[in-house]
Ligand binder design. Sequence first.
Ligand SMILES: Nc1nc2c(c(=O)[nH]1)N[C@H]1C(S)=C(S)[C@@H](COP(=O)(O)O)O[C@H]1N2
Ligand SMILES: [Mo]
Length: 397
Amino acid sequence: MSLATMASILGAEIVYAKQMLNDYIPIGINEQEDLKSLGKDPALKVLNDRPWNVETPIHLLDDKVTPAEKMFVRNNGQLPKRPDPGSWKLTIQGESVKSEKSYSLSELKSKFKQFTFQVTLECGGNGRGEFYPPTEGNQWGQGAVSCANWTGVRLKDVLQDVGIKADAVYIGYYGTDEHLSGDPKKESISRGVPIAKAMEEETLLAFQMNGKDIPLANGYPLRLVVGGYPASVSGKWLKTIAVRNKVHDGAKMETPSYQVPIEPMEPGEAIKAENMQIITSMPIRSIITYPKSGATFALSAALKIRGHAWAGEQEVSKVAYSIDFGSTWTSATLEKPVNRFAWQHFEAQIKFPKKGYYEVWAMATDDQGKSQPMVVPGWNPKGYLNNACHRIAVKVT
Ligand SMILES: Nc1nc2c(c(=O)[nH]1)N[C@H]1C(S)=C(S)[C@@H](COP(=O)(O)O)O[C@H]1N2
Ligand SMILES: [Mo]
């Protein structure tokens, strides 16, 4: 590869190119090539490539419907090879099914009514990087979230077709992604939801995203899509659903995975299983997707900001912004969600009083009156559910 080609891929001159070894490929290029092979925008941020954990910078979440190439990736195990959709089977089994049943993808598509919902999928660890003291795990900024259109059939309709017993309390999923160790006896992740959540109208067995095949990294050819809960319950590369007569006990259902303290904990305090609860509805949060933090604007023109807000299983009823470090707040214009579990868009026109440096903060409030905290909320051992206000820097000249 010529220096000029490398510079154009990197989008910058390689300042010390003369010092580079012959045939050396800058790491910046490797990561970008890998992202391209994943089908992702090279501007996404790789937090880990084994397993793949790729975050979307917030200004790239500006679309109302998240496009495939901008959707974050959170894998716990190895990325499966592209499977043959013709031989894919979904099996519904477990203690609480009347009898096990399997469906091919074409059976799922032809036998059941299809639905499309726009669903916010947010990693339970989104915002983890801001906890202090730091907790283990991917140090996500605030971009481990997406909101795409998912098309599929209702899990409810399929479970009713299979026939489930009265003692069913939970479902658990199994995907085809191998454990990082390659040990076939180990699962990378196998989580689930209470049966009532599984039976909700919007809970889908999805085979399309934004009207196309689901990207491989996001679960091709079939994934569970469950709104409002942490995205870890939306199993990718879905092969099996177990209908359980107890809380599902798959990988990452155990304490402290995807659990938060009932009574507040001090950093370093020993974790007691009886003080931990499984995360259900995600907390309220908002992000300012335009402008990009650090942008410069002329004082003469009003600045139009925009972004999205969501609140797990609740609806967002208000978004306000502040330009004076939270002293005063002004309401933004807020749209209704296109359906339950879709994020909601807000925008506002800001007139700044004079030239200088500002921060724009956004704060959402849900229909139960719950707002986002201005600072990082209660520390927890795995760094989940940081929904502190998002803020951007703005220079007015
Ligand atoms: N089979 C499988 N499903 C999975 C995961 C996984 O590693 N394997 N990761 C979960 C987690 S923790 C999250 S946050 C979401 C991420 O979805 P995405 O990669 O499509 O953005 O998928 C969930 N479903
Ligand atoms: Mo996650």
